[in-house]
Design a protein around this ligand. Sequence first.
Ligand code: NI
Length: 138
Amino acid sequence: MKHRSEVYRFGVSLEKTLIEAFDHHIEAQRYKSRSEAIRDLIREDLVRKQWTEGGTVAGAIVMTYDHHKRELVNVLLDIQHDFQETIISTQHVHLDHHHCLEIIAVKGSSKDVENLATTLKVQVGVKHLSLSISSSTE
Ligand code: NI
């Protein structure tokens, strides 16, 4: 990826009601400037585009599960080995006597990432799973 430090400025024309609503929104979100808020909107839209068009994405799967469920740990390990090209790293935290929290960093095609998340989510004993895509890599 090329790093570009040049900054471009451009003017945007908006209806008064829209800019007022936007300013109210970004103040609530604690943005320091409209520019930063607009940058984030553009990035989000590009990530969404990568996701919907099957491009390369990076993010994390966060899940909790009950490791006392029969065979669940082995099943989850098998699945992760099947997706070794998509998984960058896995962090495991023992929450309490029953529950584990796992954070799986992923990078790959949106199709593979979604397939991995869905395959993990449907296993009996997995209590909660969320998938967060934070960037496209292009
Ligand atoms: Ni554990």
